[in-house]
Design a protein. Structure first.
Lengths: 139, 305
């Protein structure tokens, strides 16, 4: 019981401090020439929790998805991408670890993105930026 | 289903940026007196309608920004059909939640006029927007001077986007500060119904432009989020109950429209994910007519004076 009482605030402290620093560090490191409208999603994830993000993607744009954070086991956050009907389209964990993912769609879609840690607890955030896709700019 | 239950943490509230124009672009409401009835420049906190910010936020983050919509409309080279839009001269007759809904409609009409480069019409709608915005303490953010600044930057889309982002942030913060989430909900409804209305009219008049059906499909995807916004207090408020009834009718009419035809072909190469959707939705004139009926009912409910 005592251990729980001590551990809980410590765990909270662990999660809170990196959470505050997540957004500026991710933004500066990986945005490059992408435009970011300032929107981000951030959550503390414990015991296999996930956080859901709804987002509308348009064709002709390349989106940069930047999942940020690291868990208590140093695992990087991953993304599951679903369509609006909740059909799983991609799990980035199957594609290896990357700091960010670029995404292009051939048609307008509302997608659901699940942010999660494969193991451990911690704060996680997702930034979504965009720029004109090379194909569209060539046109 | 969009609202499939999951063990999930809600994303944190702070940090989100773009509710305003967005909200601005996608919302709506009705005419009952409420706690959001506000006198010019003195917005009142919502106390009657307990709409959680978290619900509003999910919608705001899910819906596309007006910049994205405008870019898309320009790419599609859609015509401007002024006769299908709301009458900007009526803006002075609205107040309360109905005014908020009509603000969402006027903002959408303004964005559409602007995207199709009909600037004189866009200014007319801007005047209506500004007049209504004053009722909710937003007129300094959505002022004629500030929108003119945007116009001067038309050839610099990046600059426009940055400024719009700033406006969004300001509107969101203002509405949060003043506790006007019910007003925001109605603005969202107005923007959503007007976007659907415009897409239907455009497709009806240009059946060959089936890409427009994507916009209708998108509105269908967003509908469950709006339903959730109104379901939250529909048992205690007749205004919300009425709107929810209209939304269910639209949901029923949209049921046969495919949100996406089939799972896309997905390729991942060096961190670049490309999803190729095989075929977008197609709408026949009969389907358009079926959807239009409940859409017009709700729109009429919102704009009636």
């Amino acid at each position: 019981m005592k251990a729980t009482l001590i551990a809980t605030p410590l765990l909270f402290l662990y999660a809170q401090v990196p959470c505050k620093q997540l957004i500026p560090s991710c933004r500066e490191a990986y945005l490059e020439d992408f435009s970011w409208d300032g929107r981000y999603w951030r959550a503390e994830l414990y015991g296999g929790e996930t956080t859901e993000i709804y987002y509308t993607f348009f064709p002709g744009l390349r989106y940069r998805l930047i999942p940020c954070g690291s868990s208590s086991t140093k695992a990087a956050p991953h993304l599951r991408i679903y369509n609006a009907n909740r059909t799983l389209l991609l799990d980035t964990r199957q594609q290896g670890d990357r700091r960010y993912w670029d995404l292009e769609l051939s048609s307008t879609q509302l997608m659901v993105i699940e942010l999660y840690y494969p193991s451990g607890d911690g704060c996680a955030a997702l930034l979504i930026a965009h720029r004109i896709s090379m194909e569209a700019s060539a046109r | 289903m969009v609202f499939a239950a999951k063990v999930a943490r809600r994303p944190s509230l702070n940090g989100w940026v773009s509710k305003v124009f967005l909200s601005l672009i996608w919302l709506s409401g009705c005419s009952s007196p409420s706690s959001t009835d506000a006198t010019e420049g003195q917005p009142k906190r919502d106390t009657t309608y307990a709409v959680p910010w978290e619900l509003v936020e999910v919608y705001m983050k899910a819906a596309p920004s007006p910049v994205q919509v405008a870019l898309w409309l320009r790419q599609e080279k859609v015509p401007f059909i002024r006769g299908s839009l709301h009458d900007p001269t009526l803006s002075g007759r609205y107040g309360g939640l109905q005014g908020a809904a009509n603000l969402g409609i006027y903002l959408t009409d303004m964005a559409y006029a602007h995207a199709t480069q009909n600037y004189q019409d866009a200014y007319e709608y801007l005047s209506s927007v500004n007049r209504l915005a004053a009722r909710y303490g937003l007129d300094d953010i959505l002022s004629v001077e500030r929108i003119r600044t945007l116009d001067n930057l038309q050839d610099q889309p990046d600059s426009v986007q940055k400024i719009l982002t700033q406006y969004y942030r300001e509107v969101q913060e203002r509405l949060e500060e003043t506790g006007q989430q019910a007003m925001l909900r109605h603005m969202i409804l107005g923007g959503w119904i007007e976007s659907l209305h415009i897409a239907l009219v455009l497709l009806e008049n240009n059946p060959s432009k089936q890409h427009l059906a994507q916009m209708i499909s998108l509105q269908k995807s967003l509908l469950p989020l709006i339903v959730k916004l109104y379901a939250v207090d529909s048992t205690s408020h007749s205004t919300s109950r009425q709107i929810l009834g209209h939304l269910y009718e639209i949901e029923s009419a949209l049921r046969d429209i495919q949100t996406e035809a089939s799972p896309p072909v997905t390729q991942v190469n060096k961190g670049v994910i490309q999803m190729q959707f095989r075929e977008g939705p197609r709408l026949s004139p009969e389907q358009i007519s079926t959807i239009k009926q409940p859409v017009q009912k709700l729109r009429q409910h919102v704009i009636q004076v």
